[in-house]
Design a protein around this ligand. Structure first.
Ligand code: BES
Ligand code: ZN
Length: 868
């Protein structure tokens, strides 16, 4: 290849000779042949002397003869000497015979492409209409796939306006970011022109073409909001519509800036890789994240719809109006939208106590960031292929958690005012992390930049150990790693503490490795109040014992009870706290009333049972007995039947509680669940199987399935085939792997690869029982070719890797996995693979500690047979 082109290759970003200002884009999808053609006229500004124009394109065939450059200052148009396409770099290089005139010009290109089935770029999704299979055309451009639909400067900082035209069969609905400007019908086709958009990034451009129904409402200031869905399901859009209208109002007040487009459409897409996508004015969703069915959706589905809508609408400000300058700052989009979606959900549904539930976000952030294979929130990106993998718990959950930490440090009012100013200042433009800090620093007068750099520029977080000695509290920070290994990180830690009461608070910044604070003796001391800080706390023996009795005597807030439990679990896994101490602590939560705390207790107990299963059978039996007894109190309170007018949180709890009891093999639960399932098979409208306990019941059904009695599986598959509600389908997929029979597990896994399961949904079926994990790994290896071809071009492949690798707990297995990927690793899974392997090593070490823990068996025996 000619040397002159080398300068443009293997570069993370495009050269800035030309700046795009406006795209006039026309797309003509062919839904039958699954192809599309298009033309684009890009108004550009040539800002440096060059003979080259370099822009992005991928999987497109650009007609070289169609390329024209027309400078505003010169009358004659230029044809390029050469049009070179570099597939690996996803760039198109246009070389002209002369230096291009500086200033404004128009670049014209025609192109063709395939409506692919990879759920990215311009793709096809399928649905049934009156018993007939049909295709729809959908776009998904984030992070870097607009280039698969039209040639463009596909970087978030290259903002331009978009004037879009779609040419489609006249009976179909065609949507884009903006409202329709003009529509012309010519025979069977219609040409729909949309209004020109405000300035925006390419990854937010969208178009959808297919058959849809909709429901509609308006905000008080006249913005038209619609929810589009499958024909006949419009009623299922009403809940999301209501949430959207209210949320727009809430954000308008919070950001002191109105929603910036004249309309907002939200649409359910049957095949969709992520959960939802915030395209400006045309937000796309998985069906499960947008549609709510009064009769068949569970409370968990309802909450999911509300939080996903709130998240995507937050992006209309944080992301769409103000966009990250480069993917390094992705967390500004995702961490912020995650945090603010809780603010909205709390405003709309205060009874959900969503801020307590937020702690699960922090927990997942802490879990990933406790690996040495984690990455800083601000992460260097050198190639488009690396972007997908950073849509992870660090960008979303750690990101959201450090924002919550900062808000609680600065105060809610100052924080809100600074954000509103930041949005106004950068509206229609791009921003970096330091721009946000600058706005907060200015409003609060606090050294935000200094405080936050330690959290966003280095990976990991500290565990702060607290010791009480001679009326002094000693604080010391050390980086926390789940492996128990040592590391060097140091942070500026906002320490908060309560001493014996929530009125007696202290706080300070721990800027060094250690610090001492005076303390007259209190009945208990809780550090990291409400777990607002992104760190863990380790107490000495004496302080721990005091906290345990404070929990039992109901002195602590739900968030603090949660934090103590979760930190103890993490410390135990890392070999810093004996398992017996963790179990004894768990015993203090028997009468726990709070949903989120119980939910964490459930999750901790499942993980403990899982590792112990690899250690010793008697120990496992006793631990399960202890857990079953521990949950008995709540199980009796909540019961199998939903109560008239019960709370949302009770409904959530019921499902999780009974699913876990079923996994632990609690006989009464299994019998009751199977009885109810029979009633359901006889009458789909039975009141005995409301949506909130369906997953639990399906898990219980699968627990009873064996190769010789497979009726439960067959019945579940029958229900799967019958339903047209995605939430029901994913509920069933999520339960199928709970069986202990390896042959059945294999059958279930093979079912996942049939046409009956949409490729977006396979990941729900990958969580298999411990007895199934070996079969699942072998199945994965045998089907690698197919799996890699089907899911390898998107981020869903990483879910296979983490789901199938992380459950193991032996070094030998880690080596085998590594061996398998030695020749099969690709950049898009490397980060996940390394993280999953690290988890296997952590499990192995944890298992070893458990096997060697003195007195554990006796302690568990005592707990298991304790009478309450
Ligand atoms: N911007 C993302 C969608 C996305 C994810 C695009 C990954 C490309 C790659 C969207 O705003 C998002 O975050 N969606 C979440 C749901 C949200 C409620 C956490 C998702 O898809 O899981
Ligand atoms: Zn998002």
């Amino acid at each position: 290849m000619a040397k002159k082109y080398e300068q443009f290759r293997c570069q993370p970003r495009l050269p800035k000779f030309a700046i795009p200002k406006r795209y006039d884009l026309k797309l003509i999808p062919d839904l039958i042949a699954c192809k599309f053609s298009g033309t684009v006229e890009i108004s550009i500004d040539i800002v440096a002397d060059t003979k080259f124009i370099v822009l992005n394109a991928a999987d497109l065939s650009v007609d070289s003869k169609s390329v024209r450059f027309q400078s505003k200052s010169e009358s004659k148009g230029l044809e390029p000497l050469q049009v070179e396409f570099f597939e690996d770099d996803e760039i198109l290089v246009l070389e002209f015979g002369e230096t291009l005139a500086l200033g404004l010009a128009v670049l014209h290109l025609s192109f063709e492409g395939t409506l692919n089935d990879q759920m990215k770029g311009f793709y096809r999704s399928s649905y049934e209409h009156n018993g007939e299979k049909k295709n729809m055309a959908v776009t998904q451009f984030e992070p870097a796939d607009a280039r698969r639909c039209f040639p463009c400067w596909d970087e978030p900082a290259c903002k331009a306006t978009f004037k879009i035209t779609l040419e489609v069969p006249s009976e179909l609905v065609a949507l884009s970011n903006m409202p329709v400007l003009d529509e012309k019908v010519e025979g069977n086709i219609k040409i729909v022109q949309y209004q020109e958009s405000p300035i925006m990034s390419t990854y937010l451009v969208a178009a959808v073409v297919g058959l849809f129904d909709y429901v509609e409402d308006q905000t008080p200031d006249g913005i038209k909001v619609r929810v589009y869905c499958q024909v006949g399901k419009a009623n299922q859009g009403k809940f999301a519509l209501d949430v959207a209208v209210k949320t727009l109002g809430l954000y308008k007040d919070y950001f002191e800036t109105p929603y910036s487009l004249p309309k907002l459409d939200m649409i359910a897409i049957p095949d969709f890789a992520a959960g939802a996508m915030e395209n400006y004015g045309l937000v796309t969703y998985r069906e499960t994240a947008l549609l709510y069915d009064e009769k068949h959706s569970a409370a968990a589905n309802k909450q999911r719809v509300a939080t996903v809508v709130a998240h995507e609408l937050a992006h209309q400000w944080f992301g769409n109006l103000v966009t990250m300058e480069w993917w390094t700052h992705l967390w500004l989009n995702e961490g912020f939208a995650t945090w603010v979606s809780y603010l909205a959900a709390d405003g709309l549904f205060p009874e959900w106590k969503i801020w307590t539930q937020f702690l699960d976000e922090s927990t997942e952030g802490l879990r990933l960031d406790g690996l040495s294979e984690s990455h800083p929130i601000e992460v260097e990106i050198n190639h488009a292929g690396e972007i997908d993998e950073i849509f992870d718990a660090i960008s979303y959950r750690k990101g959201a958690s450090v924002i919550r930490m900062l808000q609680s440090y600065l105060g809610a009012t100052v924080f809100q005012r600074a954000l509103a100013k930041y949005i106004k200042k950068h509206a229609g433009s791009n921003a970096k992390t330091e721009d946000l800090w600058a706005a907060l620093e200015e409003e609060s007068g606090e050294p935000v930049n200094k405080l936050m750099n330690s959290w966003t520029k280095q990976k990991g977080y500290p565990v702060v150990s607290v010791k009480l000695k001679d009326n002094k509290l000693e604080f010391e920070q050390v980086q926390f790693l789940s492996s128990g290994c040592e590391a060097e990180g140091q942070w500026v830690v906002p320490i908060t503490l309560c001493c014996g009461s929530y009125e007696a608070r202290k706080n300070f910044l721990l800027e060094k490795k250690s610090q001492t604070v005076d303390e007259a003796s209190s009945s208990w001391i809780k550090v990291n109040v409400d777990r607002a800080g992104f760190y863990r706390v380790k107490y000495d023996e004496q302080l721990s014992a005091k906290l345990r009795s404070a929990i039992e005597s109901k002195k602590l807030s739900p968030m603090d009870r949660y934090g103590i439990l979760d930190d103890s679990f993490a410390l135990s896994m890392a070999g810093q706290l004996p398992l017996s101490s963790l179990l004894t602590l768990m015993g203090a939560y028997r009468e726990e009333p709070d949903y989120t705390v119980l939910s964490n207790l459930i999750s901790v107990s499942s993980k403990v049972a899982r590792i112990v299963a690899d250690a010793d059978n008697t120990l496992l039996d006793n631990i399960k007995m202890f857990f079953i007894n521990l949950f008995q109190y709540s199980a009796e309170r909540i019961g199998f039947d939903c109560k008239e007018g019960e709370s949302h949180l009770d409904a959530l709890l019921r499902g999780e509680l009974f699913a876990t009891l079923a996994v632990f093999g609690h006989e009464e639960t299994l019998i009751e669940a199977n009885k109810r399932f029979q009633a359901f098979l006889e009458d789909r409208n039975t009141h005995l199987l409301p949506p909130d306990i369906r997953r639990a019941v399906y898990v219980a059904v699968m627990k009873k399935v064996t190769s010789t009695d497979r009726s439960g599986l067959d019945s579940l598959l029958k229900v799967y085939r019958e339903t047209d509600l995605s939430q029901e389908k994913t509920r069933i997929l999520g339960a199928l792997g709970s069986c202990s029979d390896p042959d059945i597990i294999l059958e279930v896994l093979n079912f996942l690869l049939t046409r009956e399961v949409r490729s977006q949904d396979v990941v729900f079926g990958l969580g298999v029982s411990r007895e199934g994990r070996e079969v699942a790994w072998n199945w994965f290896k045998e089907n690698w070719e197919h799996i890699s071809n089907t899911w390898g071009r998107g981020f869903l492949i990483t879910r296979f890797v983490s789901a199938l690798v992380s459950p193991f707990s032996s070094i030998e297995k880690a080596e085998e996995v590594q061996g398998f990927f030695a020749t099969r690793g690709k950049p898009s899974i490397m980060r996940t693979l390394k993280q999953s392997l690290e988890r296997v090593h952590i499990n192995a070490k944890w298992l070893d500690t458990i096997r060697n823990e003195k007195g554990l068996a006796e302690c568990v025996q005592e707990l298991a047979y304790r009478k309450y």
